[in-house]
Design a protein around this ligand. Structure first.
Ligand code: 5GP
Length: 203
């Protein structure tokens, strides 16, 4: 969108298995704004088909800790209590914004709240799987998770869904195309605003 002079930080969260990654990928392909995905760093191993530098920066535990000590993360978190570290690199947001991009952060609820402290103007969107039963079906359908991992992710999902009211927008992902259109429309409505920091107050 060449007419847009402003760029924003966009935080997209939702339980693991809610279809967030698919929604975000399609959003990047179809939404006519200059969107750029912030690629997080993680110490977990790549899943089948995941690429280093595209899906995540896959790093060793030592490398993650070294970069954390150097202050390179905007936020970081140990997810699922099993020692896997995830973090948003400051360089991803600063470089994206400097290049005139809308930077999309696909991170968990804790991470979102931490980023909001530093970017209070960020647009926050919660992608909701619809129901926990549907979420369980999707996690099992992936075929990549152990039973223990599924149970852990469902427990985290319950906690995350309980905090969705902290987000400005909630989008139900019962149909990917519709969810992507809805998110794109939300972003376009922000692009159309004369000043992102001044929102019209409800009368
Ligand atoms: P997955 O292992 O399924 O890719 O991601 C697990 C969880 O980690 C998801 O809820 C995802 O949103 C979250 N996550 C991914 N990257 C980051 C990050 O940089 N920071 C935080 N706080 N969470 C992240």
């Amino acid at each position: 969108m060449s007419g847009s002079s402003r760029c924003e930080v966009v935080i997209i969260s939702g339980p693991s298995g809610a279809g967030k990654s698919t929604v975000v990928r399609r959003l990047l392909e179809t939404c006519p704004l200059p969107l750029q995905l912030s690629v997080s760093a993680t110490t977990r191993s790549p899943r089948l088909g995941e690429r280093d530098g595209v899906d995540y920066h896959f790093v060793s535990h030592e490398e993650f800790c070294r970069r954390r000590a150097a202050g390179e993360f905007l936020e970081w978190k140990e997810v699922f209590g099993r020692g896997h570290l995830y973090g948003t690199l400051r360089s991803e947001t600063t470089a994206g914004l400097a290049a005139g991009k809308w930077v999309i952060l696909e991170i968990d609820v804790e991470g979102a709240l931490a980023v909001l402290e530093q970017h209070p103007e960020a647009i926050t969107i919660f992608v909701d799987p619809g129901s926990l039963g549907e979420l369980e079906r999707r996690l099992r359908g992936r075929g990549t998770e152990s039973e223990e991992s599924i149970q852990r992710r469902l427990a985290v999902a319950r906690r995350e869904m309980a905090r969705k009211d902290r987000y400005r927008y909630e989008v139900i992902n019962d149909a990917v195309d519709r969810a992507v259109r809805e998110i794109c429309d939300i972003l376009l409505s922000h692009a159309g605003e004369p000043d992102a920091t001044v929102r019209p107050q409800p009368s």
